[in-house]
Ligand binder design. Structure first.
Ligand code: GP9
Ligand code: MN
Length: 655
């Protein structure tokens, strides 16, 4: 018995050394990347961990729990080695040590350049990424290899002492099994307890949406992130891969062929923008109800109101985003496909090919660039953009430090700096800008709260109005700058909003939100409304009253550029064609110029509501059946295109 205990103790001692070593390597990564533990240092982390465990009032489940989670993952990755005989255990731990050290080092090196972790999306795009990066050699330091010092040392020791190792002194298998299982259970508890707490407190969204790899890392630790990422990948591409049947593929192809066969309508606008640059700006949470509105006698968006008079202004446009928020809006506007019902297409299918706007412009000799003064890993952008056809992506590091307003430098600085960068681009160019200041929760520094609206009762609304008012001013400065730099006259300039404020659902009582009609239908109409401006040099301003959405932006632009002759695979329509408009929302609702079909949560026709827009009354749902059928058909085709990466196949068969 004594021998058994001795043997088991030795095995556990070595095992503990392994856990501590890997734990140390993880803290090395966090110091290198200035994330997680580096914030407080490891001692403070342990103190906080102690507080976490006794549920101190100041406890923050994640920050402190991350230490537990990290050690939990090490144990979960290795507890099975305790089942093994001593020599096998040593070899297994050595191999594990090597693999985990390799992952940690690879992530550290990758992080130095991209400030992101290596995810399956990265590995799938590795060719593009490597062509973007500077030579990998510059990112290494000889000290990095110290990470493998223990692997080297133990390998040498193992070789020397292999024969002498206590072959006969293995604990018996049952004891090893029981101890190993106990360790595994402890690992699972350490891992799941803080995470469960996090999810319970509303954190589940992080795993559904995967905003960025770093966000997941902050709650799962490095090894946990790789586990989660592998699981996501297997789920998406292997276990629950949505097969697009040959029939669905054929149906989709036929649908596009039929759509493309309809001769393009002469509108008088075709080709009006030929050879001009395109500058398209997506404004954060910008809704149409603020356009041309006053509060306490002050215009909320004076600059956009002025621009409206000189532009094609589309007054019945709606966002079509789902949980991918900003990325969904970018996706719809640049691919003319619907975002996915769950998660972001940027994150779930980063390597897909589309008939995207930058891709088409590039084919037509344009230079292309995307601009967003935020972390490049957010929404997977730096992986997706090259794939969509953007030659260049200017993200946070490429902008001069400016005053921080909200999440990033204020839009005024962002837009002005972007205009400067455009001057360096080859003519003609397409530049796509994603503004960010008017992001939830919309709180602005006092000096930017320039509207006098203290008497507006609702604080959320006050913040929102101040924030969009600031962005309007930034737009004004941007337009002036474009004029000054000589870009205004030879560029089409587009502004549109990405999605709603998020407050609408809560029915914030306010005079601004209240629609003129004051009824349920009016509320629906306002809820998803976003503005869309297209300023085309030489084209008079006009207000176009036709229902549409973000998927229609690209077909309309292609028409203006005279590039709509090709058989592209787009779901949207030309907003200038004078035909009846319609917009399919990602959740299955549909609005046309005459009817509004509000879908139900179960997506059954009979449980939805059908409104007649003229009479503003709800009518029999059967009246809306064609709308409902359209939404089922179009969303289905769009999903097939994305899940099956069909455009890539169609491109291949054409080549
Ligand atoms: C950040 C931005 C966030 O890059 O896209 O906006 P959101 O998706 O939260 O609306
Ligand atoms: Mn957004």
């Amino acid at each position: 018995m004594k021998k058994q205990i001795q043997a088991l103790s030795l095995s556990l001692l070595i095992y503990s050394a392994f856990v501590i070593l890997i734990g140390w390597k993880l803290t090395w990564f966090s110091n290198q990347s200035e994330t997680l533990f580096s914030q407080y240092g490891i001692i403070e982390m342990f103190k906080r961990l102690f507080n976490f465990l006794i549920h101190d009032a100041s406890f923050s489940p994640l920050r402190e729990g991350i230490l537990l989670v990290s050690f939990g993952t090490i144990i979960l990755a290795s507890f099975w080695t305790i089942f093994l005989k001593f020599r096998q255990q040593l070899i297994s731990l050595l191999i594990l040590d090597f693999i985990l050290s390799f992952i940690i080092l690879a992530d550290a090196i990758y992080f130095r350049y991209f400030e992101d972790l290596i995810s399956s999306a990265v590995l799938l795009q590795i060719k593009q990424i490597s062509s973007l990066g500077s030579s990998v050699g510059d990112l290494f330091s000889w000290k990095d290899f110290l990470l493998f010092a223990d692997v080297f040392l133990f390998t040498v020791m193992l070789i020397i002492f292999f024969k002498k190792l206590l072959i006969k002194k293995n604990a018996n298998p049952a004891l090893r099994l029981a101890t190993g299982l106990l360790a595994g259970a402890a690992g699972a508890w350490l891992f799941f307890y803080p995470l469960h707490d996090f999810v319970q407190k509303g954190g589940a969204y992080l795993f559904d949406k995967t905003l960025s790899s770093m966000r997941v890392y902050e709650v799962t630790g490095l090894l946990g992130f790789h586990g989660f990422d592998t699981y996501k990948y297997l789920d998406e591409y292997v276990l629950n891969k949505k097969e697009v049947s040959a029939k669905d593929r054929k149906d989709a192809k036929e649908w596009f062929d039929e759509k493309n066969n309809v001769p393009t309508i002469q509108t008088g606008y075709e080709g009006k923008a030929k050879d001009k640059n395109l500058i398209m700006v997506q404004l954060e949470a910008y809704q149409s109800f603020v356009i041309d509105k006053k509060v306490n006698g002050q215009e909320i968006t004076p600059n956009l109101n002025k621009l409206k008079k000189e532009s094609l202004y589309f007054n019945d446009i709606h966002h079509q985003t789902a949980s991918g928020r900003t990325s969904d809006a970018e996706f719809a506007a640049n691919t003319s496909l619907y975002p996915l019902a769950t998660g972001s297409a940027y994150v779930r299918f980063p390597r897909n090919e589309y008939d995207s706007l930058p891709y088409i412009f590039k084919e037509n000799g344009y230079d292309t660039a995307a601009f967003h003064a935020y972390k490049p890993g957010f929404w997977n952008r730096y992986i997706v953009y090259p794939n969509l056809g953007f030659n260049e992506f200017h993200s946070i590091e490429d902008f001069k430090e400016g005053e921080q307003v909200g999440w990033a430098i204020g839009d005024e600085s962002f837009l002005t700096q972007s205009a400067d960068k455009m001057k360096e681009m080859k003519d003609p160019f397409y530049s796509f800008l994603i503004a960010l200041t008017s992001h939830y929760p919309y709180t602005m520094p006092a000096k930017y709260q320039t509207l006098k609206i203290d008497d507006v009762g609702d604080a959320n609304l006050r913040n929102y109005l101040q924030s969009v008012h600031y962005v309007d001013q930034a737009v004004g400065t941007f337009v002036d700058k474009l004029k000054k730099e000589g870009l205004w006259e030879n560029s089409v300039v587009v502004f549109y909003g990405d999605h709603d404020t998020g407050y609408m659902q809560a029915n914030t009582p306010s005079t601004i939100y209240a629609n003129e009609a004051g009824d349920k239908l009016g509320e629906l109409e306002v809820k998803d409304g976003i503005p869309l401006f297209m300023h085309v040099p030489g084209v008079d301003g006009k207000e176009i009253d036709k229902a549409g959405g973000q998927v229609d932006i690209m077909p309309t632009l292609l028409h203006l550029y005279g590039l709509d002759k090709e058989n592209y695979h787009h779901l949207g329509n030309n907003l200038l064609d004078g035909k009846e408009g319609s917009v399919v929302f990602r959740y299955g609702s549909v609005k046309t110029d005459k009817l509004y079909y509000k879908s139900s949560y179960d997506l059954k026709l009979e449980n939805g509501t059908c409104y007649d827009i003229d009479s503003r009354q709800s009518v029999s749902v059967d009246t809306c059946k064609p709308l409902y059928d359209k939404s089922v058909e179009q969303l289905g085709i769009s999903d097939d295109v994305i899940f099956g990466n069909l455009v890539e196949q169609w491109h291949k068969s054409k080549r």
